[in-house]
Design a protein around this ligand. Structure first.
Ligand code: FAD
Length: 392
């Protein structure tokens, strides 16, 4: 991978047009999951020239699960004209926190969540289906960034090069953008795993988001919520990096999402055994009866100190999980990405429409949004300790 080399002869070799006389800033978004398409739609509405590059061969690469969206993010989707009923299928705001003693529900506390639950497939589909033809390029893996006649040039795995004015990296936990721009920041495994499952078929009486907390055990928690066609659960359990590697075929820093085909018999057995040991019978049965399983290692990252990088003739920014993946209990990952995207588009619009200085506008955006990202990074270990996971 290269970063801002003085000029790029390969661009000429591949016939890339020189980036002269740009009338509208060309924005390249890397990543077509949640943050990327949200940013793309907002930019298109504001009149920008946008392309989205997604490495996966189709536009729905991950079988992701439940995502809680707070009101600020819901409002962004509203402004995009996306009816909430399209991606919120269960509109309960109730979260029930259930203490479990000797496998029996002992005590329940209820509170309301200032938001609504959706799922990754519903949210992704609602966004991606609104991208006009020709905006989303799937099977396009970005590998580097260099400089061509004083303009940023994106490199692709197939050897293509494209000149752009602004690069928005929304390429997730293993972000190439972060490696290129801010390579000193490392991801660290937090010592536990979010095992996930999707139950096919209705779960009787399930309407709210339920959190089961076995006590006095430390480091075990199950969450369950209804999703279309069934239920989604996440079971947090400790595991060493060696166990994770054995169960999912690669170390946590390399396998940041274990998809169903990565989940072997040993991982299933560990989850089923913990469910039988700690959870009430109905939840243990629910877990054991789930065939569709995934997992995500819980990760921490060195906190970001910036979101914007000036390049010769342009800028690059990091958004969403590309900037800072956060622990799932914070329920902030997708929210951070959507809110950052909306703020970015506001700053770019002030530049384009009213001539605001671009560097200053981007700095203002960073000043506004970096503290929220830092707060979410810092909240992860606090919430983890609350469940009983010691710092790794
Ligand atoms: C168990 C669990 C529960 C969660 N619950 C919540 C919640 O309640 N609320 C919440 O807000 N968040 C939640 N999250 C987090 C949320 O799912 C993520 O923060 C969110 O999906 C990140 O979106 P993103 O678009 O930034 O990144 P991603 O979804 O990771 O997407 C990145 C995209 O970039 C593509 N890509 C990667 N590299 C390249 C490349 N080099 N070139 C081109 N494309 C590339 C990938 O294929 C992918 O499609 C949860 C996460 C987990 C694991």
């Amino acid at each position: 991978m290269s970063h801002t080399a003085p000029s790029d002869p390969a661009a000429a070799a591949t016939g890339t047009p020189p980036p002269s006389a740009v009338s509208r800033p060309r924005v390249a978004i890397v990543g077509g999951s949640v943050t990327g398409p949200a940013a793309a739609l907002l930019l298109l509405h504001a009149g920008f020239d946008v392309s989205v590059y997604e490495a996966a061969g189709d536009s729905a690469p991950q079988g992701g699960g439940l995502i809680g969206l707070e009101h600020a993010s819901l409002d962004v989707l509203d402004q995009l004209g996306i009816e909430q009923s399209e991606f919120v299928k269960y509109d309960s705001e109730v979260v029930a926190h259930i203490a479990v003693r000797e496998r029996r529900p002992a005590r329940a506390r209820r509170h309301r969540y200032a938001g609504r639950n959706t799922t990754w497939p519903l949210l992704h589909a609602a966004l991606a289906r609104r991208l006009p033809a020709g905006v989303l390029h799937t099977g396009a893996t970005v590998t580097g960034l260099s400089d061509y006649h004083g303009q940023p040039l994106l490199h692709f795995a197939d050897g293509q090069r494209r000149p752009v004015d602004l690069v928005v990296f929304a390429d997730g936990r293993a972000s190439v953008g972060r490696q290129l721009l801010d390579g000193g920041r490392r991801l660290r495994y937090a010592g536990y795993v979010a095992h996930r499952g999707q139950v096919a078929g209705p779960v009787s009486g399930l309407r709210d988001f339920l959190r089961f907390q076995p006590v006095p055990e430390a480091g075990v928690q199950l969450t369950v919520a209804p999703i279309p066609g069934g239920a989604d659960w996440t079971f947090y359990l400790g595991a060493t990096a060696a166990q994770y590697t054995r169960w999912f075929g690669a170390p946590p820093t390399r396998r940041l999402f274990a998809l169903p085909h990565h989940v072997g018999a040993a991982a299933r057995a560990r989850v089923d055994e913990a469910a039988r040991r700690y959870l009430p019978e109905p939840q243990a049965t629910l877990v054991a009866g789930t065939t569709d399983r995934m997992a995500a290692p819980v990760m921490d990252i060195d906190p970001p100190t910036r979101m914007v990088w000036p390049l010769r003739g342009g800028h690059a920014v990091l958004l969403g999980d590309a900037l800072a993946p956060v622990r799932p209990h914070t329920a902030r990952g997708a929210n951070n990405g959507i809110e950052q995207a909306a703020g970015l588009v506001a700053a770019l619009t002030q530049h384009r429409k009213y001539g605001a200085d671009l560097a200053t506008a981007l700095e203002g955006w960073q000043r506004r949004h970096l503290p929220a990202a830092l707060a979410a990074v810092a909240a992860g270990p606090v919430l983890g300790r609350h469940i009983g996971f010691a710092d790794a």
